[in-house]
Structure formats: C-alpha cells, structure tokens
Design a protein around this ligand. Structure first.
Ligand code: FES
Length: 201
C-alpha cells in the first residue's frame, strides 16, 4: 500500500539522519578533545557580523572571515554566527567540519604541509609525515606545545614533478625523504632561535 511505502521511506530517512548526526558528533567530539584551550576575543567579529547580518548565503563568508581573524574557528564564534544567520550551531559545526579549509583549533606560527596527493603518496609521503611526527612529538593535524609548528597532511600542492613535497610557510621543498625533511625543519628551527630577540641583562 502507498501509505506503508511512505512510512517506510520516512523511517529510512530518519535512520539515515540519525546515523549522519552520530558520525558528525563523534568527529566533533574527537576534534575538540585534543585541542588546546582557546582564548579568542569575540568582539573582533562584530564588523563581520554586521556586514552579513541575516544575508542569504552568508554562512561560508562568515566562517571564512572568522577564520581570517583568528586563524581558526573559535568555539564561541558558532553561537555568534548562529545569531547572525538564524542557522542552528550544530548545523554550522556540520558545515565547518565538512570543508577541509576550516580549522577548529588554533594553529602554530609555522604550518608544515606535507603533500599526500597521488604523486607524493607513491613517492612515500607517509615516511615524511612519520619522521616529522616523531621529531615534533605531535600527530598529524596537531600543534607543538610551544605553538611554533602545526603539522598537516594536504592534497596536491601543485608541484608534482618535485614529489614528494612539503611546504613550510611560503617555501616549498621537494624530492624529500623523512631524513631530509627533518633536516630542513632543524635548520628552520635554528634560524628561528637565531632571529629571536636576546633577553636584556
Ligand atoms: S601530488 Fe604532491 S605536489 Fe602534486
């Protein structure tokens, strides 16, 4: 009967929604557990919120603008964006966690992007990430305790002929292996130490 079919369809839809929600909450909970404590001044968002106040299609620009301000999306920003758009915070989390461009945690001063696109993957990009993880004492996507470095795996960086590749800040390094990647990182660390202002006596 038609009514039975409709009831079955509704039940399937509800089941799918529940599964999706559980997956999303699990992902967010996992992300939040490993994040350092954040301390963002949300008043900086005011001009952005005024600019996009209840404008249709403003969610992505609001998330992008917020990330430009803080370098990531502070948890308090979701409530503010919800008020400016009328979209539930849980749905905003859903969008923010769906797109790889958005970050839910503060990043280090220097972002190390290790390419895991196809060309780099077949040239053993995993060995680079593993060596950097060991050297820095962080997992992929995490930031060192001193806030200096964030390690992340990314898709193609657009210079496949140099595979395997990593970027640190604006600089690209190619034809790497685990050892050479760590060597480059050590040189950058030394450079940072040299450039640090000396404490006055
Ligand atoms: S796959 Fe790594 S740069 Fe293209």
């Amino acid at each position: 009967m038609l009514s039975d079919r409709i009831a079955t369809l509704v039940r399937s839809r509800l089941l799918l929604n529940s599964i999706y929600l559980i997956m999303r909450i699990t992902r967010i909970a996992h992300t939040q557990q490993s994040q350092p404590k954040e301390d963002a001044d949300l008043s900086l968002m005011k001009p952005l919120l005024i600019k996009y106040d209840h404008k249709p299609g403003s969610l992505i620009p609001l998330l992008q603008g917020t990330q430009e301000l803080y370098g990531f999306l502070p948890s308090g920003a979701f409530k503010a964006i919800s008020e400016a758009t009328g979209i539930a915070p849980a749905d905003i989390y859903g969008v923010a966690t769906f797109y790889a461009q958005f970050r839910l945690s503060p990043v280090g001063k220097n972002i190390i992007k290790v390419c895991h696109g196809t060309a780099c993957h077949v040239q053993n990009a995993n060995a680079i990430t593993d060596a950097l993880k060991d050297h820095l004492g962080v997992n992929d996507g995490e930031t060192t305790a001193d806030g200096e470095f964030t390690l992340e795996s990314v898709a193609c960086l657009g210079c496949c002929s140099l595979a395997p590749v990593m970027m640190i800040g604006e600089n690209t390094y190619g034809k790497l292996n685990g050892k050479s990647a760590v060597k480059i990182l050590k040189e950058i660390k030394n450079q940072l130490c040299t450039n640090q202002p000396k404490a006055e006596k």
